[in-house]
Design a protein around this ligand. Structure first.
Ligand code: FES
Length: 167
């Protein structure tokens, strides 16, 4: 279980033993069936949160595929990611209504507070920060979505306060 570099704020990460166990169970469930790579990758990503190379190699061995076949599928389909994601996805809206009401200040404050850039993940794998363009709740602008929750953010500091509620 080697460390892997990511593009986010993470220097290295490891797949914990219980997740390897779950991956083996997924492989076991599918290994005697045909055309199972995509469901195996999907379920594995649900467990690990992303598909690092070491996991892809493990799946390749388990399904008796060449690692390049697995890599090819992971990089082809946008639903798969090789970048670690946080437990919570924080999306700040930069659509027109939110932008004019200070959406960018929220982004800047969160970047500073969590020491990450947009599209990066905190080193404790708590948050992934993204920007979006109008989820359709302009009445609350400026808006920050955390997973499925939508929050109106009257002051940028309020964003930091709200995120304390997400472990
Ligand atoms: S512009 Fe942000 S919710 Fe519409």
């Amino acid at each position: 279980m080697t460390a892997e570099k990511s593009q986010g704020g993470i220097a290295s990460t490891e797949v914990p033993p219980e997740q390897w166990k779950r991956i083996d169970e997924i492989i076991e469930k599918y290994k005697h069936k045909q055309g199972t790579l995509i469901p195996v990758l999907k379920e594995t990503q649900e467990v690990v949160g992303y598909l690092p190379l070491e996991v892809q190699q493990h799946i390749a061995v388990g399904l008796r595929l060449h690692p390049s076949q697995v890599y090819g599928v992971v990089t082809f389909y946008s639903l798969f990611t090789m970048t670690p994601r946080g437990r919570h996805t924080v999306r700040v809206c930069l659509g027109t209504a939110c932008y004019v009401r200070g959406g960018q200040y929220i982004v800047d404050l969160l970047r500073k507070e969590f020491n990450i850039d947009v599209n990066q993940t905190t080193s404790d794998l708590r948050f992934t920060l993204e920007v979006i363009n109008c989820p359709g709740t302009c009445g609350l602008a400026p808006v920050m979505c955390v997973d499925e929750d939508v929050h109106g953010i009257p002051e940028p500091e309020k964003a930091v306060e709200i995120l304390k509620e997400y472990p």
